[in-house]
Ligand binder design. Sequence first.
Ligand code: ZN
Length: 367
Amino acid sequence: MVLKELIKFSNKYGADEELVLAGGGNTSAKEGNILYVKASGFPLAGINEEGFVKLDRRKLDEMFTKDYPDDDAVREALVLKDLMAARLPGEERKRPSVETSLHGIFPQTFVLHLHPALVNALTCAKRGKESAEELFGNDFIWIGSTKPGYLLAKACFSAMEDYSIKNGKTANVLIMQNHGIFIAANSPEELENRLKDILNKISTRIKRLPDMSQTKLPNDGPEQMKTAIRNVLGKSVYICCDSGAEALRLSANLSEAQPLLKPFTPDHIVYCKAYPLYLESVNDFEKQYNLYSEKNGYPPKIILLKGMGFFSFASTEKEAVLAKKLFNDAIKIAVYSESFGGPLHMEDDLIDFIVNWEVESYRQKQA
Ligand SMILES: [Zn+2]
């Protein structure tokens, strides 16, 4: 029964691009000692029974009593091993979402985790935490910038415990800096009401909405850029260009581009790479592309071209389109965050951690 309800609301929210992009977001439900959680590689929009993994909740709970090593790679490898071992017999083919441990910490039946631009308006803004307190009182927990994986799950686990002691009730909402939101409830209706209430409250404080309307540029700049990219990367490279009103404004010059030069959330790193390449002119492409690749150890996926918006490119159409969608998500967050004190990007050590994180690259391959 809970699985049916879980599938229903997962499909509903997964199909809404204002809430879910690419493989982002995940859902879960509990029945006795079983946790049903989204498996990696199954987008929420079309997910069915096959897309959920059954895990033993007792084994997930045990993970919070263990002492894992400090070394990031060693710890996450052990955590992944324990997570895999928590799967029920017959589930061995599936890989639980990397955020499974976070679902386990809520006693409520249903949990919804999303990275919507409207929520990240708060999580990626300098006054985000204060604004959330003004909007939601003490009906939520704010989780500051934390490395994803076990450390984040543990930080949330401890914060939930503290909240319960202090408030005499269980928290229903976790808002995570530079990441997204967890909402928990005992029925899908309650879950929906909480989500709507949060989005409505944030909307009332947005002073300026992003203008995503596309403009046809009165010159052949975009064509020149595409030719320059193909000259270096070959004819088969897939290129998307975007000359939306905000993209044009944010590419006007290097100083306007600042809000987009660093990532807001792990999603932007996974799909767009940590940094876009800003170009003053099409003619700089080859040189700057090579310098970027040498400096970072990987090539860029997004180019911001002065006065011309941005370009995403990849070897497949799917990858290029996803990069374009996620970069537009970053653009929305950049605009929304103006209403909450201005943009707050991910911290450098966190960026490096994500860039190197094996689990995220796995997710990218599976999306
Ligand atoms: Zn997440």
